[in-house]
Every structure is written in C-alpha cells, then in structure tokens.
Ligand binder design. Sequence first.
Ligand code: MG
Length: 388
Amino acid sequence: MKRIAILGSSGSIGKQAIDLALKMKEKVYVEALAVGSNLKVLKGQIKKLNPSAVSIASDLDAIKLKKWCISNKIKTNVYSGQSGLEKLAIMPKVDMVLAAITGSVGLKSIIAAIKAKKNVAFANKESIVMAGDHIMKLAEENGVSVFPIDSEHSAIFQCCVGEKKNQIRKIILTASGGPFYKYTGDFSRITIEQALAHPTWKMGKKITIDSATLMNKGLEAIEASIIFGVPIDKVEIVIHPQSIVHSMVEYIDGSIMAQLSTPDMRLPIQYALTYPERLKSNIKFLNFAEVGKLEFYKPDFNRFPCLKLAYLAAEKGCSLPTVMNASNEIAVKSFLDKEIKFTDIAKIVDKTMKAYKVSKNMFLENFFEIDSWARVYACSLVEKEFKS
Ligand code: MG
C-alpha cells in the first residue's frame, strides 16, 4: 500500500489522481490533500477520502474549514499556507508526495518532502526548471526516487527502464504543436479564448497558454534534460499532432524506444503511483488501423520564440531558467488578465532574461530571490511598456 499526499488536489492532475486512488484502493491510500483556494472542491474530497490532514493557502479559509469539519464531525487536521504544505509533505505516514501545484509555490514543499525521504511524483515542471539540479542532487543524497507525471517525461522514464543513461544518444520530446501550429493569422491578435482551445489535452489555464506559445515544450525540454541527466542539446523537440507517441529515447546503437498510447493523463499518473507495477486501466486501447498515420515535423523556433528562449536559458544555465520561468508566469497571468498581447509573452520573457546578470553562485535561497527579482522586473515591464 502506497500512502500519498496530493499537493494541488483541486487541479486537473490532482483530481485525476484521486479518481485513480479510489479505483486502486488496495494499492494507493490518500493520506493528505492540499489546495490553493478551492474550498468547495476540498470539502468534497474530504468527504470522499477522509484524509488525516489537509492544507489550504489562506488562514481565513483554514478557519472556515476547521469549523466545517467540527460541525460535520470530521477529524481531519487542517493547516494553511506554505507551512501547511510543508507539514503535509513530511507527514510520517506518507510514502509519496504528488507535487501537482502549478507554478513555483510548490518548490519548498517538494524540498521538504525529499529531505524527509519521501518519493516524489512530479507534475510541477516549474519547480524542476527553477531548481531541478538542486532537487535531483537532494533526491540522490536522500535515496529517494523522482517520478515524472508529465506524459512526455513518463514516456521517457518508461523508455529508460533497464537501460544505461550513458548510452542515450538523444531524447526526442514530442509536442502536439498546440492550437497555433498551423495558424496563419496575426499572432499578436490571438485572443484568450483561441489560446485556451487546446486540440488534444484538457488542462489548467497556465499550462494551456504555455502550450499555445510552446513555452510548455521549452520548459519540458529543460525538465527532461535535468531529470534524465542529458545536456539540453541532446533533447530534440518534434511536432507530432496526433499525440500518440508521448516521447522517445534514441540509444547509441541507433535503437529508438518509444512509448505510445491514446492521449490520457490517467496513464502517466497511474504509472507514477504504481511503478514498477503496471495495473489495468480504463483508458482506450490504441488501434493503429484507426489512428492511420503518425506525423512528425520540425518545430518553428521563429514563430514560437519561447522555444528559442528556453534552449538559450538551458544552455547558459545558472539561474537563467529560473528567470525565464518566473517572467513567463507573470507574462501568462498578464495575458489572461487581458493586459498584454499574446506575442508580448515572449517579449517580456526575453527582456527579463536580457536584464538579468547570470550568476554562477547558486544557493538554495537564491532561487527564491532570483525568482522574485524576475517577477518584479516582469511586472514592471508589463506596467511600463506593454499594458494597453
Ligand atoms: Mg506535457
């Protein structure tokens, strides 16, 4: 029996993980849950799962929730804020922490979990981009395993089982291309509604916009390079509109391993929860004759400048990926708030990266400092240069 804490249980990954846990009752037990602000969803999850502890971002919500628990005779412990997240991450009963909080707020709890020797299943690519080398080093020191949940990284992970890392020639990361891969109109006039209409995956807003700019793929390339320990120039992106091949690994002998399935996030989530076992799942089995063809194209780095920025950040390393990630979060939020144009997202990230002086001395505390510097800088860019 694996006992898990789901940090980010009201999001799309968190909800699917709960559904899976309920279906695999003998294998997975949900011990703790954390959400940002969705009190309603959390209450429903508490009723269904009866976890021993939960956490919510604001203190006020935590007070409301405590009252609700008392009046419903529920014994769940209620925590709040950053410290609440960390409490859940280190609970003695918990074996694995599922890190599904979007953005960099999840980072401290992940570090706490690893130090407490908990395995971590990652759906939080921002944390890896922001502090991946540090996280992987900590994981190694503490003898804990890191399981990727992103469909591509789960695919790469599966392609690497039983193989030697030093025999990898390259990682081939597939991308659906997002809604604008074939778009011929003016990118600067792309609306929020257009950008939120992803062709294959139904996901949260931040990641859907990142998929439209292809920044998501840039973040994933960096994530792959860090998790699997290969330099960024050995991570190649190919556009694969069918989203059937979830990624591939080419070995030095020319063999390519690929993981294929119908696109369904329940599969990588389940694999991370049950590894090394495979359990039956409810996903639709692949029928090749029905699929017909699998296509692969080169991505256009000029139409999608966020890709270029991500490779640049990874090549230069140091803290540039942190700066890129933080400024992108601000830019995406500003786009969703209708303050800037779609094409301004890459411009804001580019300008913030250029303004940052690459520092070779990276300490843990610096991630947060650099992250907030980049946020403040990007915010001021939005205000002064981009806001319409
Ligand atoms: Mg992905």
